[in-house]
Write a protein that binds this ligand. Structure first.
Ligand code: BGC
Length: 745
């Protein structure tokens, strides 16, 4: 057998270059591969085929030993490879060999606005998955952050499809370099946890095309993701995992996906519907694997002639193709990449990402960075100073090799000459934030716990406030945790839990210079105290070095460069999903806000957010000197190219990184469109006084909207503003361009 050749086929797959640049050699390999798959299909019995298309354990399918077909091994998840579970029980194996690198969450990665870091994060995650012997890593999660309340927002990237597209592509490329498949999830419109197994999300085609699909489309067409996870929810009346249009016409037809669709765990409800849908593997949480829809019930239906084996063959074909691509079987399998995990290189990627994810929301009169020389006595208040988060969140839980808390990060950086005192300031009731499951006994228990913690909190608040008057410096480190940012439940409101608002108000009263740090996966209301606070930092679940990165930012060793990948509304009611649409506990949830998600709503309807999309300050400042646009139309009506050159200068005293954002605004659209939409961005590093020209390119798809009647995107002839700035609300330069013709695509 010839050895694996890392030739054109491999290169095609990397950095999402597949499709357009495929070589003849790669095509030939594909043809040979397909013929070989057909041969295997002929040899497989119906029972063996069915074994390959459903979970035979919680995280794997069955292989076929006699033909050398291995099982497909999967694992969560987005922040690292999940702890190892027994095959047939939700019990952690409990050995010491599943400690892994804990990576920053996708919300943190998105806040870096850095493609290279998305790539490095993916590369390290893929290597860890492969190192742990996995074939599919159940990541990345890229659902749109439609409401601030969604419990899984921390696992997702953004409210903006363009930012997601730009980051998901390098991330998947990085993962898949390791002969492990990414599994982009949850397809599609899975934007809440409440009623997640049953809810019917009603979304119009335009919103799907403009907002909810683009990340998935880029994952398929540009990044060549090898697998996709179908979501729990229904989309416009049909379960996503049975959805013939979604998985068939759209994903496989229009987008050309020829990989494997894996159902979310327990997302399949009917044997016939799933057998006949373009879904390939049914996974579940139940351990009676033979009773899965695509197990014995399917075999029975095949025996009685009710379901044709051709449907099963189509699934097995996709699975064998995936195995071949992963070098699990076939000529190259002996040189399949081995991966590695829990190694220093992965820690470095996590630290770099954590550093760039921190968002400096407010910094009045240069309150930050802290001056080391003045830091003799430092008071740290708040539970997130000393709390570890890796083990929570649901399927995103990690058995972290280690986790540097903010307190440890600060102590490690400051050393023995600073007296650091850390007090909680508030209590966390056990099981707070968990859903009311209707059990009166548990509800009573919860009420007692909440009351007891309220009592405790009063004392803790008094202690913290008294100390705040005495110390030179006070930092509050609070926010959310995985009681709130969690799978299976949405938050009930957008408020800070555990009485933190009262505590922050009291701390600011006692010491007006108190620095506020919040950690969480989605926004909280801050209006009670944000005007008074001089400095506010937002940190995410930022991986095993999160505390180091935070300490570096507070001390000015790192200049913050994170940007909000989502709008932080002032109050929940301002959020479009809540103001215009439905959210939460209903059978049907209608996305009445259509395309007006996130800043598209806030900007168009002039609603003032607390902190806008794209916002994030730096310890230096940047001047936008000038911008030029070159526009080129190839004359065929097919292609349009605009090149934007923006000159930016660091006019402060510290080196830093500025994220130059380009928003496109139609000036006289024939249909209702968002005021402006992000279409390109570039993060540029600048030394003090340094100036650089940042080049960004736009094509016709930066100008279009989806026309439901024409069933196509349309970029109408007319004038557009190119708005260049430091955030969606800090536009520094505006240039006008006009499209001479209408483009359809
Ligand atoms: C989650 C998925 C996860 C799967 C396996 C499901 O409940 O929705 O994101 O990959 O479980 O743990």
């Amino acid at each position: 057998m010839p050895d694996r050749q890392d030739g054109p086929e491999e290169q095609d797959r990397r950095m999402g270059q597949g499709g357009q640049t495929r070589s003849d050699e790669a095509d030939k390999r594909d043809r040979q591969g397909e013929a070989w798959i057909e041969e295997l299909l002929r040899q497989l019995t119906p029972e063996e085929k069915v074994g390959m298309i459903h979970g035979a354990a919680l995280f794997r399918t069955a292989g076929v030993e006699r033909l050398g077909i291995p099982p497909l091994r999967m694992s969560d998840g987005p922040m690292g490879v999940r702890r190892e579970y027994a095959d047939d029980a939700w019990i952690n194996i409990g050995t010491s060999d599943d400690y892994v690198t804990y990576f920053p969450s996708n919300s943190a990665i998105a806040a870096t606005w850095n493609r290279e870091l998305a790539y490095r994060s993916g590369q390290a995650l893929g290597a860890e998955a492969r190192g742990r012997g996995k074939d599919i890593i159940l990541a990345p999660g890229i659902n749109i952050k439609r409401s601030p309340l969604c419990g899984r927002n921390f696992e997702y990237m953004s409210e903006d499809p363009r930012l997601i597209e730009e980051l998901v592509v390098p991330m998947i490329a990085g993962i898949q370099e390791n002969d492990v498949a990414a599994c982009v999830k949850h397809f599609a419109a899975n934007n809440q946890e409440t009623e997640r197994y049953w809810v019917d999300t009603i979304v119009n085609e335009r919103a799907l095309r403009e907002i909810y699909y683009p990340g998935f489309k880029a994952a398929v067409q540009v990044a060549n993701t090898l697998t996709v996870m179908s979501a729990y929810n229904k989309l416009n009346g049909e379960f996503c995992s049975h959805h013939r249009y979604l998985l068939g016409d759209l994903l496989r037809g229009e987008w050309g996906f020829d990989g494997v669709v894996v159902s979310d765990w327990d997302a399949v409800h009917d044997t016939r519907a799933a057998a006949e849908a373009p879904l390939d593997i049914e996974m579940g949480t139940n351990t009676q694997f033979d009773r899965y829809n695509l197990a014995e019930p399917l075999l029975e239906a095949m025996r009685s002639g009710e379901i044709d084996i051709l449907h099963v063959d189509a699934k097995v074909r996709n699975i064998l193709r995936l195995m071949r691509r992963l070098h699990m079987i076939g000529p190259a399998h002996s040189s399949r990449r081995a991966g590695t995990y829990a190694v220093p290189a992965h820690r470095d990627a996590a630290l770099e990402t954590a550093r760039e994810s921190i968002v400096l929301l407010k910094n009045e009169s240069e309150r930050l960075p802290l001056r080391r020389e003045k830091l003799h006595r430092l008071l740290v208040v708040g539970r997130n100073a000393d709390m570890l988060h890796a083990g929570g969140g649901g399927s995103a839980e990690i058995k972290a090799l280690y986790e540097i808390s903010p307190l440890l990060g600060l102590k490690a950086k400051l050393g023995g000459n600073t007296e650091i005192r850390c007090v909680p300031g508030y209590a966390i009731p056990e099981r707070a934030g968990q859903e009311d499951d209707g059990d009166p006994a548990r509800a009573a228990e919860r009420a007692v716990a909440v009351e007891a913690s309220a009592g405790r909190s009063a004392g803790l608040l008094a202690e913290a406030v008294a100390l705040a008057k005495e110390y030179d410096e006070v930092i509050f480190i609070g926010g959310l945790n995985h009681d709130y940012d969690v799978e299976s439940a949405d938050r009930e409101d957008m408020k800070l839990p555990y009485g933190q608002d009262e505590l922050i108000e009291a701390l600011l009263e006692a010491n007006a210079d108190t620095v506020i740090v919040l950690i969480g996966g989605s926004p909280v209301e801050m209006h009670r105290w944000s005007d008074r606070a001089r400095a506010i930092i937002w940190g995410w679940y930022a991986g095993l070095e999160g505390g180091t990165a935070l300490a570096e930012a507070l001390l000015g060793d790192v200049n913050p460069s994170g940007r909000l990948p989502e709008t932080f509304p002032r109050v929940l009611d301002d959020s479009p999903a809540h103001r215009l649409g439905d959210f939460g506990g209903r059978e049907r949830v209608t996305y009445n806000e259509g395309v007006f998600v996130g800043y598209r709503y806030f900007d168009t309807f002039a609603v003032e957010p607390a902190f806008c999309f794209g916002h994030g300050l730096s310890y230096t400042s940047y001047a936008y000197i000038d911008a030029h646009i070159d526009i080129h139309d190839d004359g065929t009506g097919e292609e349009l190219k605009a090149e934007i050159a923006v000159t930016v200068r660091n006019i402060g005293a510290m080196a830093g990184a500025e994220t130059v954002q380009v928003y496109v605004a139609p000036t006289g659209a024939g249909v209702e469109r968002p005021l402006q939409e992000l279409k390109m961005f570039e993060k540029v590093r600048l030394m003090p006084g340094e100036e650089k020209v940042v080049i960004m390119k736009l094509s016709k798809d930066a100008f279009g909207y989806y026309d439901e009647e024409a069933r196509a995107f349309v970029a109408e002839a007319g004038e557009f503003e190119i708005r260049i700035g430091s955030s969606s609300r800090d536009i520094r330069l505006i240039r006008k361009i006009s499209l001479q013709r209408t483009y359809r695509y």
